[in-house]
Write a protein that binds this ligand. Structure first.
Ligand SMILES: [Zn+2]
Length: 234
């Protein structure tokens, strides 16, 4: 086995994991998400307003019909009033007419409130309808920027994978299998050199005696840091 040949492989693996992290954390991703969210919320608001405007139109029509019914009833009572002479009947009709007047006035108030609301909604809708196309193009631009950032990282990842295949081809199968096994069990270094008397993986000092022992088992599965268990190049 030859542990030194694993060092460049580990470097490229490190680069691959950095690239995966970069791909997941692209600033363009947050921008694209935010632009889409702004567009979705404007569109939802637009739909909500359009629905409410439709409801108001229906309600106003209903009040208008009811108003015409009251008008007809009132006209009928007023014409009856002309031919009635008994005081009690006159008073009864007058009472009916004043009830109708009060009902009509409530209808008119309700209709006015609805028409006011409708006007505010129409203004809000007009503002939204101006902003939606802008939000749409911002969302498209942000999605395009994200796609291009992703394809740039993907190109780097593909290049790093090619490099990894090339490097792995130069490593003996046994060392490679051992490296993969150690790597799968740790998030820190799988293989390291001794740098200035310390393990390059965990930076713990390795005594001259320990180093002498390690040299005896160099490039074997036993050549490991006594502290972090990474493979040591000695
Ligand atoms: Zn170590």
């Amino acid at each position: 086995m030859n542990f030194r040949s694993l060092l460049p492989l580990q470097a490229i693996d490190h680069r691959l994991s950095q690239l995966a992290h970069r791909k997941a954390q692209l600033p363009e991703r947050a921008k694209a998400d935010a632009a889409k969210k702004a567009l979705d919320s404007a569109r939802a608001e637009e739909r909500k307003i359009i629905k409410r405007v439709g409801d108001i139109t229906g309600e106003v029509n209903r009040l208008e019909v009811r108003g015409r019914e009251l008008d007809a009833k009132k006209a009928k009572y007023e014409s009856q009033l002309k031919s009635v002479v008994v005081m009690r009947e006159v008073e009864a009709l007058q009472h009916e007419i004043s009830t109708i007047n009060a009902d009509h006035s409530s209808l008119d108030d309700a209709e006015l409130l609805l028409l006011d609301e409708n006007e505010r909604l129409e203004q809000a809708l007009a503002t939204l309808q101006v902003s939606v196309p802008t939000l749409e193009s911002a969302a498209i631009d942000a999605a395009t920027a994200l796609a291009s950032a992703i394809s740039a990282v993907d190109a780097d990842i593909a290049a790093a994978n090619d490099e990894r295949s090339r490097l792995a081809a130069g490593v003996d199968a046994e060392s490679l299998a051992l490296y993969e096994q150690v790597r799968s069990r740790t998030s820190s270094a799988a293989v390291a050199e001794i740098v200035k008397g310390s393990c390059g993986g965990c930076h713990t000092s390795i005594s001259p005696k320990e180093q002498a022992e390690l040299k005896k088992v160099a490039d074997s599965a036993d050549a490991r840091c006594p502290y972090c268990s990474c493979l040591l190049v000695v």
